[in-house]
Every structure is written in structure tokens, then in C-alpha cells.
Design a protein around this ligand. Structure first.
Ligand code: HEM
Length: 793
């Protein structure tokens, strides 16, 4: 052992095992009360008895009771980490997780609520830091009890003084007090003292031949355990979490060596190995875990060692696809790709149906129109949901796009009537006001630079429409940048594209993501988003006291949702209370902004670009507008409904550039297609890569040509309707489609009537979209020239 106190133990052991040696060591008796009953120290029969009596304290039922206490500490940890995300953006992992484990120990072993990092002056914290976090002992003295246990035993209490420090005694005294308090109290603590007390008592009853029923305990457990957020049941049901932790423990076993002392002479393998009573047997756990023979490529961190991987899910069915890699599946590098190009290349290579893996999650990619029809429409009841994470935050938890099953069906049915033609017509006047403002602004550009940054201009316009239609507010996004609505909206709805792999985590590991519950929600529910929740709350409260008509979404949604009923005991009654109705309205109004802002602004930008690049189309559209103006005084709802060429142009823009590049469903009941040729299990994801679908030569000959003629009734009839998915399809398609089309048509029609768009030096040949894992296509450098037509009304 010479020099071992300054060796690096893991390296030392690995080298030793490689050389096939073994070493010899310790155990010495401890006499101090409390410590002498330590399970790690007692021997022989005494160890057997205490171990048997203590074991039931670690049954699943008992651990489940302590799980709530652990969760409290995890919440505290998450709060602290959130603080760091907002300040330094990094953590000292050892310091933070040491503090966390001390909190857990205090809570579970002593029934004490502390905050180790927050309150360093707490005597528990001060003593715990010293006892549980000692600096590594690098002096040879530490080896004495290991090399000469008898000597230490002979020195007895004198030697123990080295270990039984004042800090450790603090805990002995502390526990004595806790135990005497407990004797006088009836309170339930669900901590380790309580469960160990019970299990030791139960053990005595068993010795006396009495049968102990677990049922009452289980019933109590059920009452104690809250199913909310991360809970015992959930983490028990998360194989990947277990795999990751197992791999960390394999890679770095915290106890580098595990020992036994021989208590009776022993012979192994016909006497090849003889072990005498008193001899020590050591398993160098670190070295064992790093042996190539047991763990191929042992220096690689690979949680997949512990699974039968999901990666044969598709190959077992004869469905091919790109080869997945551990952890990332097929998503490695996707965060820095250009999604349209990436998706088109995949479809080109693997065809109309292939298997893909989002991390370990199987995802069937489909561009086969029959299969799309089957899954999105005909057998929709097997594919009701989208992949989503449950939000607990009020307002967001009622977002239609995230809801599942029956709750989605109810809220969707209640909201749909807010988007009927009649209701949209009522909102049409508000859109027109915003378009008038947009035209004023574009006019100033025709007089100054003669060009516009289309994305910026139309983002400001759609924000005005949302403020007006979803919140009943009149703002001017480009004119008044200090307006708090605009400042917050810019941040919430126009965030920079996320190009880090972190963006993929919720897609690959939705369970892990949901597990961190409110913590991860905090990443989304920023103070800017909260601004809108508060704003809506105030608007709703004002509305209750007012009789005014607003013709906005809040008003029509309120009417539609309040009119939704159910039948109870033969009587028709409102489906929800006023409070829930308000929450649903707030949910849909905020979602309205998220779903309607970027999609519409991007589509207007793309339209402007294509019109500039295709002057013949622009002129044909202009002629059709002028012709219609003979029947109408001004651009209005009725007029745009009556303009087939306008519709054809917008449809071709949405074919060329569908703002949502992929559309997903999650299988909600096992599904079999084509006599079992394709089997889809509950929970599996299916994806239609919309952009790639819209650019398939088979469905759209010469797909890179911008050609509104594809949308004449005759040409449309030649194609399956499932070749076009800009607004999705089936019962869960875009609920805001009519509103979006109204807004697009009124804006395009009014602008083309007044202005001419044309390419300038900065206009790119081909419109480029930002790289990264975007949800909505982000056009870049969409600069186009603009001039006033002047001669029209
Ligand atoms: C050009 C504009 C828009 C496009 C291209 C678009 C596209 C889409 C697509 C592709 C989906 C998914 C459909 C599916 O899964 O089958 C969707 C869902 C949705 N859209 Fe839109 N959208 C647009 C504008 C809007 C507007 C203005 C609103 C709100 C007024 C809106 C509200 C929604 C909602 C709430 C959902 C989720 C529906 C559900 O889960 O039941 N969208 N949209």
C-alpha cells in the first residue's frame, strides 16, 4: 500500500486488475453507541438480524412514501438551477448536488426541512458539510485502520475519537431529540425514521409468529402519494431514466471497491483458490466496470447497454429507413440542418413510407396519400393526439394544439363555431383597419427606399391583427416600438431560431421532459408570455362589466364556448363553469397569437417574394382585382370570397412554402394497416413531412416552378387532396384556416391593388429559410422592391 494515499484509486485499481493481482485489508470494532449498530460495521448474526429488520424499510411501498419528500427537495434544487439559468448560465455541479443530497438526507432521515445552499448558517448545514463533504484524506494515517485493524481496535475509543468528531456527535444528539419528540407526537412524517421504526417493529411481530397485513399500509400509501407532477409511479415507469442512471453508476461507481471479510475458511474451484477465515476479499468495482470483456468500449458513456433497443421496431416489419444511433436515433445534427432540404433528401432516398427514430421514439414518415388518408381521416380515432408535453400552467394547459383525447374533442367542438364564415365576417372589419395601416406604411417606403423587408413589414401587420382580433387592442407595431404589447410580443413570437440540440430533447425524450414538470415549463412560460396572460385576464374582467360589442375573437369565442352544452339527467346544461370558460378563452386567445402570427406573416412574405419574381402572375392577379372592383366599392369579405385566382395564388404559395414543415400525430390505439403489413403501436409517432410532400415530382410535376394554374378546379381534380397539407387534414386540421385565409386574402388583394412588387439587387434568386429545428419556416433576406400603382382607386 505504499503511496496509495496519493494514488488516483480508479486508475490504480484498473491497472492492478489488468495485472491480475489482489490486495488485503480491514475491519475494526467500533464501540461508540449509535455507531456500533451501523449495519456496515456489525458482524455475523447481529448483522443478519439488523439487516432483516431494516430491509422492509426499503420496500417499494415505503420508498414511495418518502418519494414526496425527495420531490420537495428536487423542486428546491430546480428553483436554484433556474436562478443560475438567469444569472451565470452555469453551475458547480458537485456543490449543487451535494447541497441537494444534504437536503434529501435532512428531509428523509431527520424529518427536517433545510436549504443547504440558501442558508449556510443553519447548524445542520454547517455540520453536515463537514461530516458528509470532507476533503479527500491524502495522508497515510487514513490507511492505518485498513492495514492494522487490530491495533486500532486495541486503541478503542482513543482511535474512534479521530472519527467521532464534534460534528458527527451533533447528529447523534440531534437524532436523540427527534426520537424523543416523536414518542410524544401523533404526527405523520413519512420519513426514514418513521418507516424504519415501523419496519423494525413489524420484524419483531413476525418473530413472534404474527401475520402482518400490508393492506392498511398500502391504503395509507395511496392517500399520501400525490399523483401530481413527477411521482414515484412515473419514475418507476421510465426505462430510459433508469438506463442513464445505471450507466452513470457503471462509469463512476461512487464506492470504488466493495469488500467482504471471510468468516469461515473457504475453498473455490477444487481448491484452486483457498481463502482463510479473516482474509479480505475485494471487488474493485471501478475496475470491474471498466473491463473491456464485460463492457465493450468501456470508456464510452452509453445508456443503450441496458436495453433491448427500440431500433428494430421498423426493421422487424420490413420497413426500412436511415440507420439510427444510440441516444439521438436519427436526430443527430438535425438542429443545424435546413429542415426543408433535410426532409426532401430523406424522402427522396427512402421513399413514401419509412421508419425514423426521434431518440428512441419510433416515428413513421409517410408521404403515401392512401396511408395519409387512412391515418389522418378514416381511422382518425387511432390518431387523435399530437406528441405533446402536458403543461400544468393555467391557460397553457387548455391550449387546443396540446390537448389530448376527449378534452381535445370537447374544446375543439366548442371553439370551432368561433371560426364559421359568419363569425369571421364580423372580424373582417378589424382586419381591414389593420390592412389600411399596413398600406400607409408601405406607401412611405415607396416614397423613401422603394423596397421593403417583407418579413419585418408583415410581422408587424400580423401582430396588429392579433392585438386587434385576439385582444381587442389597437396598436401600431411598426409605429410604436415602445408599446409594451409590441416589446413583449417581439420576444415571445419572434424568438431567434434555436440551433442547439437542446431543442430536440422534448421530442426525443418527452417523458423525461414532462418529468421535470414545472421546472421545464418555466423555460417556456417567460415573463413576456405572462404579460399576455395578465393582459387577457384584465381584458376579460373589463368585458364582464361592459355591454359594448367588439366583434373580436374574445367575443365570438365567448359566445361559442358558453353555448357548448352537455346533457345531465336529461337536462341540457352548460358544459363548463364561467371560470373554466374564461380559462379556455384565455388559452385559445394566447394560442391564436402563437399559431396565427408567424404562419401568416411568413406566408405574406413568401407571397410578396413570388409575386415580385413572377410578374405575369402579379399582373393577372391585378387584372382580376380591377375586374372585381367594378362590383365592389372596396376590398371586403364578400369580394375576396369571390376571387378564385386570388385563392389559387395563395394556395400555390402555401404549396411551395408550407409554413409548418412537418405535421404529426401520435397513435392512441394500436393500429394495423393493409392486413398487418404496417403495424403501429400506441404511443408511436407518425409524421407527414409537408414540405417534402409538396415538392414531390409525382404529385406536382416540375415542383420548383411557381404555378397557380395547378389550382384550377380541373387540375385539382387530377390529384388526391392528401397531396396538400398546408393546413393539415382531417378532424384535427388547422382550426384557424378560414381566419388565416381571410387575413391573407384581404391583405394580398388590397396591396396588389395599390402596389407593384419587383426584384431589387438584394432580392435573392431563391428564397432561403433559416437553418435549425424550426417549427415555422423563417424566410431570410426577403427584400423586395415596391412602387405605388397610383392609377387605381
Ligand atoms: C397561413 C396561416 C396558417 C397555417 C399555414 C397554419 C397551419 C396549421 C397546421 C399545418 C396545423 C396542424 C394541422 C394538423 O395537425 O393537421 C395547424 C393547427 C392549428 N392552427 Fe393553424 N395555421 C395558420 C394560421 C392559424 C391561425 C390564424 C390560427 C388561429 C386563429 C391557427 C390556429 C391553429 C390551431 C389552434 C391549431 C391546432 C388545432 C388542433 O389541435 O385542434 N392557425 N395550423
Amino acid at each position: 500500500m505504499w503511496g496509495i494515499w496519493k494514488a488516483n484509486l480508479p486508475d490504480y485499481d484498473v491497472a492492478l486488475v489488468q495485472k491480475c493481482r489482489h490486495d488485503k485489508s480491514h475491519n475494526f470494532e467500533i464501540t461508540t453507541k449509535v455507531m456500533r449498530k451501523w449495519l456496515t460495521v456489525v458482524k455475523g448474526q447481529e448483522w443478519k438480524d439488523i439487516r432483516s429488520s431494516v430491509t422492509p424499510a426499503f420496500t417499494t411501498g415505503k420508498i414511495k412514501r418518502m418519494s414526496g419528500l425527495i420531490k420537495d427537495c428536487v423542486d428546491q434544487l430546480c428553483e436554484r438551477l433556474t436562478g443560475f439559468t438567469e444569472t451565470e448560465g452555469k453551475i458547480d455541479a458537485k456543490l449543487n448536488f451535494s447541497a441537494f443530497t444534504i437536503d434529501v438526507i435532512a428531509r428523509c432521515a431527520f424529518g427536517l426541512k433545510i436549504d443547504s445552499l440558501g442558508n449556510k448558517d443553519d447548524p445542520f448545514v454547517r455540520n453536515a458539510q463537514l461530516v458528509f463533504n470532507p476533503s479527500a484524506n491524502k495522508s497515510p494515517i487514513v490507511l492505518l485502520p485498513i492495514m492494522y485493524p487490530e491495533l486500532c481496535a486495541a486503541l478503542g475509543r482513543l482511535a474512534e475519537h479521530v472519527f467521532v468528531t464534534e460534528e458527527l456527535k451533533f447528529f447523534f444528539k440531534f437524532l436523540e431529540n427527534v426520537l424523543s419528540d416523536r414518542l410524544q407526537s401523533k404526527e405523520k412524517y413519512h420519513d426514514f425514521i418513521e418507516v424504519i421504526d415501523e419496519s423494525i417493529s413489524e420484524f419483531t411481530e413476525t418473530v413472534n409468529g404474527e401475520t402482518v397485513s400490508m393492506w392498511s399500509r398500502e391504503e395509507i400509501d395511496e392517500i399520501i402519494i400525490s399523483q401530481d407532477e413527477v411521482c414515484h409511479e412515473m419514475v418507476q415507469d421510465m426505462p430510459y431514466l433508469e438506463m442513464v442512471i445505471q450507466e452513470v453508476l457503471r462509469f463512476y461507481p461512487p464506492l470504488v471497491r466493495v469488500e467482504r471479510q471471510c468468516t469461515k475458511d473457504y475453498s473455490y474451484d477444487n481448491g484452486r483458490i483457498k481463502i482463510k477465515k479473516g482474509q479480505i476479499v475485494t471487488v474493485p468495482a471501478y475496475a470491474l466496470h471498466h473491463m473491456e470483456e464485460y463492457y465493450p468500449n468501456p470508456e464510452k458513456f452509453d445508456p443503450e447497454r441496458y436495453v433491448t433497443s427500440t431500433f428494430n421496431y421498423f426493421s422487424d416489419q420490413g420497413i426500412h429507413g436511415p440507420k439510427p444511433i444510440p441516444i439521438f436515433g436519427n436526430m443527430w445534427g438535425v438542429w443545424k440542418q435546413n429542415l426543408p432540404d433535410y426532409d426532401m433528401a430523406l424522402v427522396k432516398k427512402y421513399g413514401k413510407v419509412f421508419g425514423y427514430f426521434d431518440g428512441p421514439v419510433p416515428n413513421l414518415w409517410v408521404t403515401d396519400v392512401d396511408l395519409i388518408k387512412a391515418m389522418y381521416v378514416k381511422d382518425f380515432d387511432h390518431f387523435v393526439d399530437r406528441r405533446s408535453f402536458e403543461f400544468k400552467t393555467k391557460v397553457m394547459r387548455k391550449w387546443l394544439s396540446l390537448l389530448k383525447g376527449q378534452e381535445w374533442k370537447d374544446i375543439r367542438s366548442s371553439v370551432t363555431p368561433a371560426f364559421t364564415t359568419g363569425k369571421i365576417k364580423r372580424m373582417s372589419g378589424l382586419i381591414k383597419d389593420c390592412v389600411a395601416k399596413l398600406c400607409d406604411r408601405v406607401t412611405t417606403f415607396t416614397e423613401s427606399e422603394g423596397k421593403i423587408d417583407a418579413k419585418l413589414t408583415f410581422s408587424a401587420f400580423t401582430m396588429d391583427v392579433i392585438a386587434r382580433c385576439a385582444f381587442g387592442l389597437k396598436i401600431d407595431s411598426l409605429g410604436d416600438k415602445d408599446d409594451p404589447f409590441i416589446q413583449n410580443a417581439q420576444f415571445v413570437f419572434n424568438p431567434p431560431t434555436n440551433k442547439s440540440p437542446v431543442i430536440l430533447l422534448p421530442f426525443m425524450y418527452p417523458d423525461l421532459f414532462s418529468m421535470f414538470g414545472r421546472f421545464t415549463e418555466r423555460l417556456f412560460v417567460t415573463k413576456e408570455l405572462k404579460f399576455f396572460f395578465k393582459l387577457l385576464e384584465n381584458v376579460l374582467a373589463d368585458r364582464l362589466q361592459s355591454k359594448q360589442q367588439y366583434h373580436d375573437f374574445i367575443e365570438v369565442a365567448d359566445e361559442a364556448i358558453s353555448a357548448f352544452t352537455k346533457v345531465v339527467d336529461g337536462k341540457t346544461v352548460p358544459m363548463w363553469s364561467r371560470e373554466i370558460i374564461d380559462e379556455i378563452i384565455m388559452g385559445q386567445s394566447t394560442l391564436f397569437m402563437l399559431a396565427g402570427f408567424d404562419t401568416t406573416a411568413t406566408t405574406l412574405t413568401n407571397t410578396c417574394f413570388q409575386l415580385a419574381k413572377n410578374p405575369d402572375v402579379q399582373e393577372a392577379l391585378y387584372e382580376s382585382i380591377i375586374a372585381k372592383m367594378e362590383n365592389y366599392d372596396d376590398v371586403c369579405h364578400e369580394m375576396v370570397q369571390d376571387m378564385p385566382y386570388l385563392e389559387m395564388v395563395i394556395q400555390e404559395v402555401l404549396r411551395f412554402y408550407p409554413p409548418l414543415v412537418r405535421i404529426e400525430r401520435q397513435c392512441t390505439k394500436d393500429y394495423s394497416y393493409d392486413n398487418g403489413r404496417i403495424k403501429i403501436k400506441k404511443g408511436q409517432i407518425i409524421t407527414v413531412p409537408t414540405y417534402a410532400l409538396h415538392h414531390m415530382e409525382e404529385y406536382y410535376p416540375d415542383p420548383e416552378k411557381f404555378d397557380p394554374e395547378r389550382w384550377t378546379p380541373e387540375n385539382k381534380a387530377k390529384r388526391s387532396p392528401y397531396t396538400y397539407m398546408a393546413f393539415g387534414t382531417g378532424p384535427r386540421n388547422c382550426v384557424g384556416m378560414r381566419f388565416a385565409m381571410e387575413e391573407l386574402k384581404i391583405a394580398v388583394c388590397t396591396m396588389v391593388q395599390k402596389f407593384r412588387f419587383f426584384p431589387v439587387a438584394e432580392t435573392p434568386d431563391k428564397l432561403h429559410f433559416d437553418d435549425g429545428f424550426v417549427t415555422v419556416l423563417q424566410p431570410i433576406h426577403a427584400i423586395v422592391g415596391v412602387e405605388f400603382r397610383g392609377n387605381s382607386n
